[in-house]
Design a protein around this ligand. Sequence first.
Ligand SMILES: CC(C)(COP(=O)(O)OP(=O)(O)OC[C@H]1O[C@@H](n2cnc3c(N)ncnc32)[C@H](O)[C@@H]1OP(=O)(O)O)[C@@H](O)C(=O)NCCC(=O)NCCS
Length: 179
Amino acid sequence: MSPSEKIDRAKIVPTILTEKHDLSGFSCTNEDINDFIHNEARDFQNERLGISYVCMYADRIVGFVTLSMADLKKERMGSEDKLQIGKENYPALQIGQLATCKDLESRGIGTFLCDFSLGMAYKLFEKVGCRFLVLNAKEDVIGVYEQYGFKLLPDQKKRREPVMFLNIFSKKQTETLKD
Ligand SMILES: CC(C)(COP(=O)(O)OP(=O)(O)OC[C@H]1O[C@@H](n2cnc3c(N)ncnc32)[C@H](O)[C@@H]1OP(=O)(O)O)[C@@H](O)C(=O)NCCC(=O)NCCS
């Protein structure tokens, strides 16, 4: 595979992390995330604080993400993004520890992980009630998420990992119009 070649999305298989997965060979460019993946992910999952998914590609783990429930405070949002309904906290799905293995960056795995998380949010959107995807962005990858459609909450400059959100209803409408 040449360095710029996109990975074949049809061959990426996302699956819930189990005891059978060997995470020792997985490494992304962020050491905090590597530490979580290697030392904390299983405990988080056992306590149901976050369910982790690994992306398998030809028997290799190439991507990782942890999903959990969250809420988004209306008062922290810009007026253009607030919903016109009397609810102070909006239900949301939190993306955490999203990571691509170092040697396969920029081949579409990060986008696949966002699409996978959005797909999960749609299921909650239909069956439970979930309006936003949220995440705490590492500073150097804010652009990756903006490109995907996430927005920064206002007044986040002092935060090390600013909150970003995506209104999945708008994203759904946009995708539907594209189809
Ligand atoms: C952030 C990360 C998951 C992106 O994964 P990836 O597999 O390289 O993402 P993709 O290949 O799908 O790239 C998505 C787009 O963002 C761009 N991009 C990738 N890394 C980027 C970066 N660091 N800064 C700006 N843009 C970037 C790509 O060029 C691509 O744009 P394109 O579709 O126009 O080509 C990966 O860099 C990573 O694992 N980083 C370390 C862990 C981390 O910081 N995670 C974020 C936690 S908030």
